[in-house]
Design a protein around this ligand. Structure first.
Ligand code: ARG
Length: 471
């Protein structure tokens, strides 16, 4: 039976299966993954009810311990359960009878679902950041191990100037470090407790929202009850936008690797375990993993446009349309986490073909250097450019490894191929690792605390030493 049905009504009319499937069909799949967080939210809420004496201390302990038991059970959600919030309430009521019916006092599924989503998103975000830090590490260390390896730089898909593998790899490490800043800003938004906003207009008892925020490990309370509802979807939009930025970098990294490892370039060797074969062409080792990283990135603009369209015209407050934000959120978190997880070991094991990288340096790559030789002799830049351009067809000097190394070395300013600044970025990586590990451990510890069983009043009574029996 649904929580919002009175007994007789439910039995009399039942519910139309069509409506049930339509409203809860796909949603229970997402809610299944929110189960753990829904229970944490309820445990915290019972503390607030206890403070308000809406349940006695003994009742509160019973409720919390029953919720903890539920954490250990494999909850399997069916469409008939409607959603995870009703399922948990029904399970508790089944176990504790009348007492279970007090659990939903002073809250709504509207603030409940937000608690679940924010906790779930935090857990996913911490996973994503861990994977990101691994990938940044792979890129920066791969980059430093190859910092002197020459690599032609391209513009417009055409050979442009001398560059290095270190600068190329470092560019992606640095890009992801910037993306971490975007994710951090998003964590600030998500790390606000919605609990107590009720259906969007508060509840008629003086809930201690700061207490529940703290118990759940949120950084602070999200103040305005209407805005709590209105931020559903908006926070998702911003987070997915940051994830899209990550995905943009991953996708271009994948694209580079697809090109630079093919037979035309042969600069890099994708480790065999990250390639797949062809069912018809025995010689093929295809970069499917990289192609899927790129392919999955395509859905991010769809998610963003989905969320924006869903939200921009909605009346303030809760509408069921908001349920449709889950799909984009769950999919994008999953895709980014998975893409990062597969790229870090791939980059660490990437093979480098130094000979091919050097062979790609044909004479024209040094045209700009020639201009600068003249500039250093005092010829004005535009004149030097003209002279070199007019002589492009004349035989260029032999390209030697010495010439390549000198040319790269001459680009020694900050962030140039001769000075890619990888050590400084490694230091930023270490700082980011520390900061995120601290933040994640605060989250993990608060959930651990919520899981700890409490001695119920009854047990406490039994443990009391009998009068006169002091040892
Ligand atoms: N499944 C719903 C959602 O994700 C839960 C909240 C339902 N609230 C309601 N008023 N029907 O939004």
């Amino acid at each position: 039976m649904k929580t919002w049905m009175t007994g007789e009504e439910g039995e009399k009319t039942g519910i139309d299966k069509l409506v049930e499937n339509f409203t809860a069909g796909a949603d229970v799949g997402y809610d299944q993954r929110l189960a753990e967080y829904d229970i944490y939210g309820s445990i915290a809420h019972v503390h607030a009810l206890e403070n308000l004496e809406l349940v006695t201390s003994l009742e509160a302990k019973k409720l919390r311990n029953e919720l903890r038991k539920l954490l250990k059970k494999d909850i399997s959600l069916n469409i008939g359960d409607e959603d995870i919030h009703s399922k948990v309430e029904n399970e508790i009521t089944e176990a504790l009878g009348e007492l279970g019916k007090k659990l939903h006092t002073a809250r709504s599924r509207n603030d409940q679902v937000l608690v679940d989503i924010r906790l779930f998103t935090k857990a996913e975000l911490f996973r994503i950041v861990r994977e990101m830090l691994n990938l940044v590490e792979s890129l920066l260390y791969f980059g430093s191990s190859q910092s002197d390896t020459p690599m032609v730089g391209f513009t417009h898909y055409r050979k442009a100037m001398p560059s290095s593998v270190g600068l190329w790899a470092g560019s992606y490490g640095e890009a992801l470090l910037d993306d971490l800043t975007l994710l951090e800003a998003n964590l600030e938004l998500i790390d606000q407790s919605p609990l107590g906003a009720g259906a969007g207009y508060g509840v008629p008892v003086n809930l201690d929202r700061e207490l529940t925020a703290e118990i759940l490990g949120f950084d602070k309370v999200q103040n305005n009850a209407i805005y709590v509802m209105n931020s559903r979807g908006k926070f998702e939009f911003n987070l997915i936008s940051a994830l899209a930025s990550v995905q943009l970098d991953l996708s271009r990294l994948a694209s580079d690797l697809i090109d630079f490892s093919n037979g035309e370039f042969n600069f890099f060797e994708i480790p065999e375990e990250f390639t797949t074969g062809s069912s018809i062409m025995p010689q093929k080792k295809n970069p499917d993993v990289l192609e899927l990283v790129r392919g999955r990135s395509a859905s991010f603009s769809g998610h963003l446009s989905n969320l924006f369209s869903l939200l921009h015209g909605l009346r303030s407050g809760y509408s069921r349309d908001l349920q449709e934000t889950k799909k984009s959120l769950f999919e994008s978190l999953g895709d980014t986490g998975d893409s990062l997880a597969v790229l870090a070991p791939l980059v660490s094991a990437l093979g480098v073909n130094e000979e091919e990288l050097i062979n790609a340096f044909s004479g024209e790559v040094f045209a700009t250097d020639k201009v600068f030789e003249l500039v250093k002799e005092g010829v004005p830049f535009r004149e030097a450019y003209r002279r070199v351009k007019n002589n492009l067809d004349s035989k260029t000097e032999e390209v030697s490894e010495k010439l390549i190394k000198e040319s790269i070395g001459s680009r020694e300013h900050l962030g140039g191929p001769g000075n890619p600044g990888l050590d400084e970025k490694k230091a930023s990586l270490e700082r980011a690792k520390k900061k995120w590990a601290e933040r994640e451990s605060r989250f993990v510890d608060s959930l651990k605390e919520l899981r700890k069983p409490e001695a119920s009043g009854e047990e406490y009574e039994n443990q009391k030493p009998e009068a006169g029996n002091h040892e």
